[in-house]
Design a protein around this ligand. Structure first.
Ligand code: DON
Length: 572
């Protein structure tokens, strides 16, 4: 019965997107051999900003062809699955947040799920040793992919036929595209893992990649064509499902036909709150991001941070202490709310958050050992990628998707051409054992079949006067919510331009480990003052890749791509 329902659902999903819709037959042409990286545009009619210039171009061409921001977001994601294999994906999952022109707020959860054969202790050896090697690399690290189901779920809001949205991705995979220096270097760094974790050598294996090489992905093009022809069933059933399950058999993975057929994305009520007159719309569980940003912003709201000044010791210290307290709650209470009662209302209430800040001391660091998750009564290289889109009709879309680590599990599904995620590592594989981002957890985020692993992805939209004002998000594992928090504070409190808000060095604290991470370039005087107050600091390289669109007072769209990568902004 479940099978029949799943097949019917796939068919309905395809129809929802399809192809009965009229659109001009002219196809979208992108030159994949000659493109420039544009970091900032100011546009009147629409803008797209993503991790790859070709993907942003695809999105803008879709807008020009009459699509809305949701059409563009879908086409951009599909293009990223081809041109940005580090994180763009078919084999992973993501979150979609939108504020539509009609005022509707939408969020869609297409986070991966634990396979049916997964169990709580699957990454713990008989002697109790946690096996993060298995939760992070290779076949067993993969959750059931959600991206394709998510794309078809968001099709409910599109204008153009799905065939038109997916065709640019098919062309880019089939004809190839020229890779950048950064891409060549990341593929070269991957070679050892590719050989280790693949049963059939994928196209990414090569003696040496160079800037300017063309990457052709025929298997991936064929998978995309099956999706074009059959809708979600072109991925979760038939040939693609067969290739996934065969890959699992060859490599010791556990994703089954049943898991694929039973996968579903879920529309959810977005997590929204007000901050000084702005409405902030984010992703609910299983993203911790919406709630963490809510907690952190409310903890600083009455502290007049604007007067403290950007990168001042006082401001950085206050935001760090807010982050420390919010992340302690993350470790204890947050997980897939379909499986665990997450006390969202309680831990985002003003009373609770003021109480949480009672032991905040502006003169010194609060040790994390003194910030226990509260006992509530009635207990209830890394890579991800973000894209922001806006159109002139008033639709704003914020999407973050991920394979978890860069290139996910490093396993490419033989014959299907896409990387499988390693999202299982986002579960708490054993209480107190850190995942690859150092995050710990317990019961709330324990593995169970069909459960979604807790995420930090934080696609966010800010409304001002009830109209889209900021569309923002970033990759960066557990640093995602603190980066979105900082970008918002930079604009809303320090009145910074979008460029400065994104490009200036960031910082990060996540309760445990009790370390304040400072991005390279962070002011030394502030760092020294913080060390004197008792902070253990650690310098690190780039924190995330924030993609932002801000609506200017004249109504134009200012789209800024992060300068920490090859990211590109496009508009018209
Ligand atoms: O969902 C999460 O929180 C992580 N899987 C995100 C991974 C990520 O951002 C990696 N990128 N730098």
């Amino acid at each position: 019965m479940q099978k029949i329902i799943a097949s019917l659902f796939a068919a309905i999903l395809l129809m929802a997107c399809n192809n009965s819709r009229q659109s001009s037959s002219s196809s979208i042409v992108i030159n994949p051999y000659n493109y420039t990286v544009v970091k900032k545009v100011v546009a009147e009619n629409g803008a797209v900003v993503s991790a790859h210039p070709l993907a942003s171009k695809v999105g803008v061409e879709i807008l020009k062809a009459g699509g809305n921001a949701v059409d563009a977001a879908i086409a951009t994601q599909l293009a990223l699955a081809v041109v940005y294999p580090n994180a763009g994906n078919l084999g992973g999952g993501g979150f979609f947040v939108a504020r539509l022109a009609n005022g509707e707020q939408v969020s869609i959860d297409y986070r991966e799920k634990a396979p049916g054969k997964a169990h709580r202790d699957m990454y713990i050896d008989a002697d109790g040793t946690p096996r993060t090697d298995k939760s992070q690399d290779g076949h067993l690290a993969g959750g059931v992919p959600g991206t394709v189901f998510g794309l078809f779920t968001s099709c409910k809001y599109t204008k153009l036929p799905f065939a038109k949205l997916i065709q640019p991705a098919i062309d880019l995979a089939e004809k190839g595209f020229v890779i950048t220096k950064r891409e060549a270097s990341s593929l070269n760094n991957l070679q050892k893992d590719l050989k280790k974790y693949n049963t059939i050598m994928p196209v990414f294996v090569k003696d040496k990649w160079n800037e300017g090489d063309t990457l052709v992905q025929t298997d991936l093009a064929n998978t995309l064509k099956r999706i074009k022809d059959k809708g979600a069933a072109g991925f979760y059933e038939g040939e693609t499902a067969r290739l996934i399950v065969e890959e699992m058999k060859r490599g010791g993975g556990i994703i089954s036909y049943e898991d694929l057929k039973n996968y579903n994305a879920k529309p959810r009520e977005p997590h929204s709150f007000m901050y000084k007159g702005y409405k902030i719309i984010g992703m609910p569980m299983p993203s911790s991001g919406g709630l963490l940003v809510h907690q952190m912003m409310k903890m600083i709201e009455n502290k007049n941070i604007g007067a403290m000044g950007f990168h001042s010791t006082a401001a950085v210290q206050l935001m760090t202490e807010a982050a420390r307290r919010a992340y302690a709650d993350r470790a204890e209470y947050m997980g897939d709310a379909d499986f665990y009662k997450v006390p969202v209302q309680q831990i985002s209430s003003d009373v609770y958050l003021q109480e949480r800040m009672k032991n905040y001391d502006p003169a010194k660091a609060t040790p994390s050992t003194e910030i226990k998750p509260r006992i509530l009564t009635g207990k209830e290289s890394e890579e991800t990628t973000h894209l922001s889109v806006i159109d002139k009709e008033g639709n704003a879309v914020s999407v973050t998707t991920t394979l978890n680590n860069s290139y996910g599990s490093r396993t490419v599904i033989g014959g299907a051409g896409f990387f499988l995620n390693d999202e299982m590592d986002d579960f708490s594989i054993k209480p107190g054992v850190p995942n690859m981002y150092g995050a710990i957890g317990g019961e709330a985020n324990a593995i169970m079949p069909g459960k979604r692993m807790l995420s930090s992805m934080t696609p966010t939209i800010v409304l001002k006067d009830n109209k889209p004002y900021i569309v923002v998000g970033t990759p960066g594992g557990t640093t995602i919510p603190t980066q979105v928090f900082q970008t918002l504070v930079n604009i809303l409190e320090f009145n910074m331009s979008a460029e400065d808000a994104v490009y200036k060095p960031k910082f990060h604290h996540q309760w445990l480990p009790d370390t304040l991470h400072l991005e390279r370039g962070f002011p030394t005087s502030t760092k020294d003052a913080l060390i004197k107050m008792g902070y253990a600091t650690r310098e690190r390289g780039a924190i995330g890749r924030t993609e932002i669109i801000r609506v200017l007072p004249n109504g134009k769209f200012e789209a800024v791509a992060d300068n920490r990568g090859d990211d590109g902004a496009e508009g018209f």
